[in-house]
Ligand binder design. Structure first.
Ligand code: EPU
Length: 327
């Protein structure tokens, strides 16, 4: 029984744990019958909450490599191994002067999981950079999905659908810009950049890192899985009604009829910031993040999550749902 890596620091073990470093090795594992069902493919477990030991096989990619597969005056297209640490990929792009990924600096996890979860921060989502996702399925068949086939939405993709759990992402193809194309309008990015002499790729990355470090706990120090809940998308009419009671309620535009409301703001308003329930707590600098105060079980985290969801529902009439995947 191998301990399953997860940033929440929850004790969970897998009956079998298998890693592979190439498509060929993965296909050999499949052909050998070593992948005992049920099976689950993981990255670094930065968005997972294990509620029990895993009775089957946990798979993890060690496919690495970043290669340029196309290039012109304006753009560069890269083929990136699913097992590469996401932030190593971002750093690589910043060092080589390729624009687009810098707002996603310091997000935990690996490249493959980023394409499954469509990670996002500071006005950019992984899907904005992805051109194709290479996969191998449990029968050993390879297939590449172009972005339009991936059904990307907010923290959502084709690869999260239950019927797609037998599909493993092996490499992701990204297109980045060789010309500056900063996205600086989200939150406090511009304010943070004022501390730097000039706006350049390295400084934008540094500003994003500083903003993140000021709000989000380092999983190496305090167990957590980033935002625990998704920001709910609600009809604009509902926002207008709520604004009568809460004129300062922040929101983001989604489309003509819908807006996204920061769940962290609502949880904060309900008084949860810094509060604990047993060994689980709400982070004291960002109410959207739940933390393990040491020795928390999945049950502790779920009890806290349920209590928070109930109070947000009671106060705002809005249901919020975990972004973290319960296993
Ligand atoms: N807010 C509060 N109190 C809090 C937390 C937030 O009032 O305790 C307010 C903030 O002042 C701000 C608004 O809520 O007006 C939004 O807060 P923030 O910019 O920190 O972002 P978020 O909506 O809470 C989302 C993502 C994060 C991402 C940030 C920045 C989700 C579920 N979360 O958080 O992603 O880093 O935006 O783009 O969409 C993650 O998914 O794990 C993650 C960390």
């Amino acid at each position: 029984m191998k301990r399953i890596p997860n940033t929440f620091g929850i004790e969970a073990r897998a009956m079998h744990y298998l890693e592979y470093a190439s498509e060929e090795e993965l296909k050999e594992l499949i052909a050998s019958g070593k992948i005992v069902p049920p099976y689950l493919h993981v990255g670094t477990g930065s968005n997972l909450l294990f509620t029990a030991d895993y009775p089957g096989t946990i798979l993890h990619s060690r496919i690495t490599g970043i290669t340029v597969i196309a290039e012109d005056e304006q753009t560069v297209t890269l083929r990136v191994g699913a097992g590469i640490t996401w932030d190593d990929f971002v750093l690589h792009c910043v060092k080589l002067g390729w624009y687009g990924a810098e707002n996603l600096s310091l997000i935990p996890g690996e490249v493959g999981a980023a394409a499954v979860q469509n990670i996002g921060a500071y006005g950019v989502e992984a899907k904005d950079l992805i051109v194709a996702v290479e996969t191998v399925n449990i029968h050993g068949q390879q297939r590449t999905y172009v972005t339009d086939e991936c059904r990307y939405a907010y923290r959502e993709s084709l690869f999260k659908q239950p019927e797609m759990k037998s599909l493993f992402v092996t490499r992701v193809n990204f297109r980045l810009s060789k010309q500056p194309c900063y996205k600086l309008d989200y939150g406090t990015i511009r304010q943070e950049l004022e501390r730097f002499a000039e706006v350049n790729l390295k400084n934008v990355r540094e500003a994003i890192i500083r903003i993140r470090e000021s709000k989000l706990p380092d999983p190496k120090v305090t167990g957590n899985a980033g935002s625990f809940f998704m920001n709910p998308i609600v009809p604009r009419r509902q926002l207008e009604r709520l604004q009568e009671r809460y004129p300062s309620m922040p929101y983001y535009e989604v489309d003509a009829d819908r807006v996204k409301i920061p769940a962290g703001w609502m949880i904060d308003r309900c008084g949860w910031k810094g509060k604990a329930l047993g060994r689980a707590a709400v982070h004291d600098k960002q109410a959207l993040v739940l933390v393990n105060r040491g020795g928390a079980t999945a049950a502790d985290i779920i009890a806290l999550s349920d209590a928070i969801r109930a109070s947000v529902k009671a106060e705002f009439g809005i249901a919020i749902y975990p972004e973290v995947n319960f296993i």
